[in-house]
Design a protein around this ligand. Structure first.
Ligand SMILES: *Cc1c(COP(=O)(O)O)cnc(C)c1O
Length: 385
């Protein structure tokens, strides 16, 4: 089976985990701090702007809490997003207001976001589809003008930049995921970046049960002779990353350039090999100054053949999928309305396998099978041009 997403984990990661075992400290400790610092350097920001969390979902929940999203407020969310985003908004008692997207890039334009703003909008929650930055700079400007917070779900954009600035650091808060399927994998884990370091300070307490002081050996006798007692500022959860995850993540972050180089070559191959296929639209070129993370490769075709093409590929051992089916159609969010561009794109789009572990033979086999499936299904559907 040729997988659509897959981590590349090897001896280096295993050696790093072994080292953690040898210290007999597997909780949040020195390695977690080192991972946070390495990620801050990667972003080009100071250490006090980042904190780690156990998942990007949790980081998005924290972001909503830190920015005061709650009952009576609206949050604009790109409908081409992950359920973690809709849940983070709805769980605060706020209303997710979904916005449409550009059907080719699957990112909302600045006009799409502007059209969804209401007098109650507290924040905009934006995803960089497949790692493409999209209109993030223009959307950040719009948010500043309207006094609305911008949160970037950077789960797809670990290495994406606009004119050198890292995606995720353009808005007020950015969140990254290192779960099993992302470009950089830590098993699980996430980073939250905030432009305002005070938010990170509050976030650290929220991520550790709302405790005002950290207990433990290093604090003993320094702040309180009874260091085992609790002082709680909020009824929060425990959502920290640990040293096992951080050790894996640190090695993976060091390999990021190698991963990106491999992904860029695969994407260039897909682009070149599919360019002449009249039935298929490949991703639009990146605007100048934009860098992507090559997280996903998506193609668009006639809605009448998409499902069959996916089925044909599956039968030939090639797994494809759609990221992300529109959130505004998830009943639980209670959104009432149509977002026609996203709805149409959801019928036409398919994500082809893209990960560091694909061999040249895998990529060639995918292209061959995909071309054959598209041609065969187009003839049957009468869409062959
Ligand atoms: C993977 C993903 C998430 C969730 O990340 P977790 O770390 O698994 O919670 C959120 N948003 C997007 C766009 C993702 O791809």
């Amino acid at each position: 089976m040729i997988n659509v997403f897959q981590p590349t984990l090897g001896d280096e990661e295993l050696a790093a985990v072994k080292e953690v075992f040898a210290t007999s400290w597997v909780g949040k400790g020195k390695r977690t701090a080192a991972f946070e610092q390495a990620f801050a350097r990667h972003l080009g920001v100071g250490d006090d702007h980042v904190m780690s969390v156990n998942s990007c979902t949790e980081a998005t929940f924290l972001a909503m809490q830190l920015l005061g999203v709650g009952p009576g407020t609206d949050v604009v969310v790109s409908t081409v997003g992950f359920v973690s985003e809709g849940n983070a908004v709805a769980a605060q008692g706020a209303r997710p207001v979904f916005c449409d997207v550009d059907p080719a890039t699957l990112n909302p334009t600045v006009d799409d976001v502007a059209a969804a703003l209401t007098p109650k909008t507290k924040a905009v929650l934006l995803l960089h589809y497949a790692g493409y930055p999209g209109d993030v700079v223009e959307i950040a400007e719009l948010c500043r003008e309207r006094g609305v917070h911008l949160v970037e779900d950077s789960a797809c954009s670990v290495a994406s930049r606009v004119d050198g600035q890292a995606c995720g650091t353009i808005g007020d808060i950015g969140v990254w995921s290192f779960d099993f399927g992302k470009v950089v994998v830590a098993g699980d884990g996430a980073i939250l970046h905030a432009r305002d370091p005070e938010l990170v300070e509050r976030g650290r307490k929220l991520a550790y049960l709302g405790l005002e002081q950290t207990s433990g050996y290093s604090q003993a006798n320094q702040t309180n002779t009874r260091w085992w007692e609790y002082e709680i500022s909020s009824f929060s959860r425990r959502s920290v990353m640990n040293d096992i995850q951080a050790a894996i993540g640190t090695v993976q972050l060091g390999r990021l350039q190698e991963f990106l180089d491999r992904r860029r070559r695969i994407v260039a191959y897909y682009d070149a090999e599919l360019a002449d296929l009249a039935e298929v639209r490949t991703p639009p070129p990146l605007p100048s100054g934009h860098e992507t993370s090559y997280y996903m490769y998506w193609v668009q075709m006639d809605a009448g053949i998409r499902d069959e093409v996916a089925q044909d590929l599956y039968e030939r051992g090639i797994y494809t999928t759609l990221r992300y089916p529109p959130l505004h159609r998830v009943k639980a969010y209670g959104f009432d309305g149509r977002l026609p561009a996203a709805e149409e794109a959801a019928e036409r789009t398919l994500c082809l396998p893209l990960h560091n572990g694909l061999s040249d033979a895998d990529v060639e086999a995918t292209v061959t099978a995909f071309r054959e499936a598209v041609r065969a299904r187009s003839v049957v559907a009468g869409t062959h041009r």
